[in-house]
Design a protein around this ligand. Structure first.
Ligand code: BYC
Length: 332
């Protein structure tokens, strides 16, 4: 079983819906935003907590592969840019945890589920970053794939998620460009640098295609999530769009996409391309990717090391609340 046991338990047949469910679906169909205090089916709430929570975890765990290169960036300027990018990812995680909290789940619960392995984060972050060129490939391909998926999410039906996406997309767009700038420097540099850029593309191409999720025939949540307009496109639609936009960018760099079957299909108006190795994808999801253990261990350690700080913050917040209550009482 590669999916959580959170079923996308909605009803697509109007005849089977309760009056409340029908009224809710009418609002969705009319493109209205659903806000935290509005009535919503339990399955809609659970699906959002699952997706937004996993999205938040991806941003937080996603800091690790790039954080690995901050101390080894080749120039001070590159170090500053990378540091700013990694900090942005932390910010994205925080907006998304806030959005998830509006659905009645606590941040502690979400972290507990991440640390116990009950909740996922994007498969891509279970691959190692071995050379500086990987910083280019992550920005170009990983942030590029993330934008492709997240731009439509700015129109998702749940208001707090849609609004979080607006700012996140602006920042991801800068991230994608900084990655491409690193790739340009490498690909147009010495033969050794170009080789590093090609090697990074070879290793990140298929894992980036996997970021869009399993093929539509194996996607257990897509149909219901699209009926609720949580998802605006299927996994395969977005993967195709990513390939169509990225291949010309690789050509400009003079790099070769590691897919011998890749070919422009005039009739379809799209590239034909090879699917990723789905067996490998499901293994990564089950926890057997190259870096799953390392990533989770790093997050658990950060949580444990931060305990004294969280306790200090809570104690301060309690004292401040007690002081406020005392001064309100004195003012009465
Ligand atoms: N990795 O029915 P499906 C970033 C799971 S980070 C892991 O198609 P759904 C960045 C899926 O969760 C951006 N798991 O599901 C940060 C489900 O399992 P559960 C991350 C995956 O939800 C730092 C099962 O497979 N972006 O930008 O309809 C540095 C069945 O799949 C993956 C988001 O999180 C995967 N790749 O569609 C740089 C976007 N794919 O939950 C960059 C928001 C599938 O039942 N999320 N699964 O246990 C989504 O748009 C959707 O959740 C997905 C999957 C398209 C990913």
């Amino acid at each position: 079983m590669y999916a959580q046991m959170v079923k996308s338990e909605g009803k697509t047949d109007r005849a089977e819906m309760s009056p409340e469910e029908r009224a809710f679906q009418d609002r969705i169909d009319a493109n209205e935003k659903i806000e935290p205090k509005d009535w919503m089916p339990d399955g809609y709430r659970k699906t959002l907590i699952r997706q937004i929570g996993q999205h938040a975890h991806s941003e937080i765990v996603g800091q690790l592969p790039e954080g690995n290169w901050i101390t080894r960036a080749p120039t001070l300027e590159r170090k500053q840019i990378l540091l700013a990018k990694v900090q942005d990812e932390a910010g994205h995680g925080l907006y998304l945890y806030c959005a998830a909290e509006t659905l009645g789940v606590s941040r502690d619960e979400l972290f507990e589920k991440l640390h116990s392995g009950a909740m996922k984060y994007s498969s891509i972050f279970n691959y190692p970053t071995l050379t500086w060129a990987d910083m280019g490939a992550v920005g170009w391909l990983v942030d590029g794939a993330a934008i492709m998926n997240q731009v439509p999410l700015q129109r998702t039906s749940y208001g707090p998620y849609a609004r979080a996406m607006v700012r996140i997309c602006k920042e991801e767009s800068f991230h994608q460009r900084q990655g491409y700038a690193v790739m340009m420097r490498m690909a147009f540099g010495t033969p050794e640098q170009k080789e590093m850029a090609q090697d990074a593309l070879n290793r990140f191409w298929y894992p980036s295609l996997m970021m869009f999720g399993p093929s539509d025939k194996d996607s257990v949540h897509s149909a219901q999530s699209m009926a609720w307009r949580i998802k605006m496109n299927t996994n395969d639609e977005l993967r195709q769009k990513f390939v169509d936009e990225t291949v010309p960018q690789a050509e400009y760099l003079g790099l070769t996409v590691p897919d011998e079957t890749l070919k422009w299909n005039e009739e379809r108006g799209h590239y034909d391309f090879a699917e990723p190795d789905w067996e490998e994808f499901f293994e990564v999801l089950k926890g057997n990717g190259p870096c799953n253990d390392e990533r989770l261990a790093a997050r658990r350690k950060a949580w444990d090391d931060g305990e004294w700080f969280r306790e200090g913050l809570s104690a301060y917040a309690d004292k401040a609340a007690a002081r406020r209550a005392a001064s309100d009482l004195a003012a009465e």
